[in-house]
Design a protein around this ligand. Structure first.
Ligand code: SAH
Length: 349
């Protein structure tokens, strides 16, 4: 059985032709799958019953179902725990901003990267998500909330550049004007720094926003929390981002999670500013989210502000990220972990 929703338009066209069907059927099916986001062939009401049956014999639409939904009491943030067709769980978060709705989606079930502060990686890696499973997170949230999502961030569970081909296919599909029609500029991909894949991304010629999870000003500190740094060091990761900014003309963002006493001193801010000097970039400062098993302590408000001010004084564009949905543990991997441990309802609203 083939996942029909993960086929590109050309692949779907070939599939339709090999079933002996006229070309326009490919357009109809594509629109049902990607514009309307149907979850089953029976919803494709302008196809005959026979045609729907013959599609069912060779193809399937991998199901993504809402297992739990958490709505923040503080803001309009909604977090979903989705169950996949094979019983695995992933998470997405929908956030409301002035300019519209943004969804943060997962790209893998679990993660191999091993970052010490992150919940997604605690139980290791299970499998890659297919393009359709990434897209369905958007379709289902849109349908459930009755909204149109205009921005996507690949910052949920998983390392998107470790599922490169599926992620690129997903991005091209959501950008298709016969599908969700989301602008490339409104898509952000966050990576822990898989350097060769950043260079591959430059060659794709898609002007998405790139974010590097940096979290440290030097190799000594970064290697303590991010094992990926032993493969590609801070200079190599920032170097790849500089190249990305140069070639695409897009401003690169750096995520910097502040952990008390680990990476939040004034000295650390000065060193970071030195490394980013002259670059088209933005630093997002994020107070670390408490993950029970990790034991990281959030920096004080005073040291977060001092860090931000130091960067700005030295000419580096920096902001402190507003924490949305803090009452529902809306950071990646925490819900899936609870579900797998059997206490997912702990924070249910
Ligand atoms: N693998 C990708 C995307 C997923 S993680 C990446 O590393 O960028 C999304 C972001 O959340 C990353 O910047 C990650 O470092 C950050 N993050 C993970 N756990 C966190 C926590 N407990 N507190 C704050 N940020 C966290």
């Amino acid at each position: 059985m083939t996942d029909i929703k993960s086929l590109s338009y050309e692949e779907l066209n070939n599939a339709v032709q090999s079933l002996g069907l006229p070309r326009f059927r490919a357009g109809q099916i594509y629109s049902w799958l990607h514009q309307k986001g149907v979850q089953g062939f029976d919803e494709m009401t302008n196809l005959s019953k026979d045609l729907r049956l013959s599609l069912c014999e060779e193809y399937f639409i991998p199901t993504v179902k809402i297992e739990d939904k958490y709505t923040s009491k503080i803001d309009d943030t909604v977090k979903y725990l989705f169950k996949l067709y094979d019983g695995e769980y992933i998470e997405s978060v929908v956030m409301k901003y002035k300019y519209g709705y943004t969804i943060c989606i997962s790209s893998q079930v679990g993660c191999k990267m091993g970052c010490k502060f992150c919940a997604s990686t605690l139980a290791g890696f299970k499998r890659n998500l297919m393009p359709s499973e990434m897209e369905s997170q958007i379709h289902i949230a849109q349908r459930d909330l009755g909204i149109r999502i205009s921005h996507i961030v690949l910052m949920g569970i998983g390392e998107p550049l470790d599922n490169y081909d599926n992620v690129i296919k997903f991005i091209r599909t959501v950008n298709n004007d016969n599908g969700l029609n989301i602008s490339m500029r409104d898509i952000t991909l966050s990576t822990c720094g898989i350097v060769p894949k950043i260079f591959d991304l430059i060659d794709e010629n898609i002007p998405i926003t790139l974010t590097l999870s940096l979290h440290a000003p030097n190799d000594e500190i970064r290697s303590k929390t991010m094992p990926v740094n032993d493969k590609w060091c801070v200079d190599e990761a920032i170097g790849a981002c500089k190249e990305y900014a140069k070639k695409t003309g897009r401003r690169v963002s750096f995520e910097y999670t502040l952990i008390n006493g680990v990476n939040d001193s004034e000295e650390n801010a000065k060193e970071l500013a030195g490394r980013l000097k002259g670059m088209l970039c933005h630093v997002n400062l994020i107070p670390v989210n408490d993950v029970k098993e990790r034991g990281n302590v959030r920096s004080t408000d005073k040291s977060i502000k001092r860090f931000c001010d130091t960067l700005c004084k030295l000419g580096i564009n920096a902001t402190i990220r507003r924490t949305l949905g803090s009452d529902i543990n809306a950071s990646c991997g925490q819900l899936r972990r609870r579900k797998n441990e059997g206490d997912a309802n702990e924070n249910c609203c």
